[in-house]
Design a protein around this ligand. Sequence first.
Ligand code: TXA
Ligand code: MG
Length: 335
Amino acid sequence: METLLLDENQLDIAVKLITSGEVVGIPTETVYGLGADASNENAVRKIFQAKGRPADNPLIVHLADFSEAEKYTRYIPEIARKLAEKFMPGALTIVLPKNEKIPLVTSGGLDTVGIRVPAHPVMHRLIELTGRPVSAPSANKSGYPSPTTAQHVMRDMDGIIPAVIDGGECQYGVESTVISVENEDTVRILRPGCITPEMLGTVSGNVIVDKAVLEGLETGEKASSPGMKYKHYSPSADIVMIESDLEKFTEYVGENYGEGIYCLIFDGDRENFPYRYMTYGKDSQEQAQQIFRRLRELDDCHAVRVYVRSPEKSGVGLAVYNRLIRSAGFEVIRL
Ligand code: TXA
Ligand code: MG
C-alpha cells in the first residue's frame, strides 16, 4: 500500500477514510496521532496493529468539544468540567468512566476512557467533519519516540496506513498531560505534559504527580495507567541521563568517550564543548518541542550511546524529564 501524504485542503479524503473504518496519520498540537473511529472496533484494531501496540494499553478519544463527552461517559465530576472549561481545547486528557458507546477494544479493557479536545485547527476540523469520536495514540511504532512532523509519521507508517495529513510541525512536541480525578478537589497526573502541575493547581486544590512519572514501577506494582508499564520513547541508542553541572558532565563524558558516543546538551552548553553533540533547547518549552526529533536524529547518526544533560523537573520540564528518564530505563547518574 502506498501511503498518501495529504495537505489540509484534502481533508475530505481523510474524512472518507476514517468514516469507512481506516486509520489516518493526523496532526495535533502535541504530537502526530493515528486516528480512527473510536466507536468502530475493527478500525480501532487496525490502530493497534499498525503500531504493534499491546492490546491492554488504552487509546485516548478525541472530541470536537468537551460537551460531547456526555455521550461517551457515565459520569463527569464537577472538577473535570472546570478543568475542561479552562484547558480545553488543549493539551489535556481527562480519564473518565466510559459508557458502552466506547468499545472495550478502545479502552484496552478498562471501564474508563481518556477524553481530549485537541486545539490544532486541522485536527479539530477533521473531528467535526467525521462526526465521530476519534481515537488516536501517538503515530510512532510502539516503544519508539513520538512523531512531531508528518515526515516522522511517514517514516514509521509508510505502506502500513493509507494516508497522513501534513499539518506542519507540532507546537508542543510532547504528548498531552493525562490526569485522573481522585475526588472533587484532587487530580492525579498519570503523564506530565505542557499543562503543568502548577497550571492544574489553579483549578484543583490538590495535584498529585503519580510516583511512576519520576521513578517507574517496582516489579509487580500495579500501574495507574497501562502506558506506564511499557518501555517507551526509546531510540536504538542507549540513553544515559546525567544529573550534574556542565563541568562534571564534560569530565564524565571524557572518561567514557569513544566511537558512537553522542551528547545531548542544552543550547547554552555549546561553547567549547569538546565532544560530539546535539542540543535540545534553552528552556523547558523548547526542550519539549525538540526532544523527540532529537532522539530520532540521534538514530539517524547511528549513535550507540547518548549522554544526556538532565533537564529541570518543574513546569513543562517535568514532561521532558519524564520522557527522557523513560527512554533511559529510569536510570540516572548523579555526579
Ligand atoms: O497528545 C496526546 O495525547 C497524543 C495525541 C495524538 O493526541 N496521543 C497520545 O496517545 O499520546 P497515546 O496512546 O500514545 O498515549 C496515551 C497514554 C497511554 O500511556 C495510555 O496508557 C494512557 O494515556 N491512557 C489512555 N487511556 C487511559 C485510561 N482510561 N486510563 C489510564 N491511562 C490511560
Ligand atoms: Mg504514545
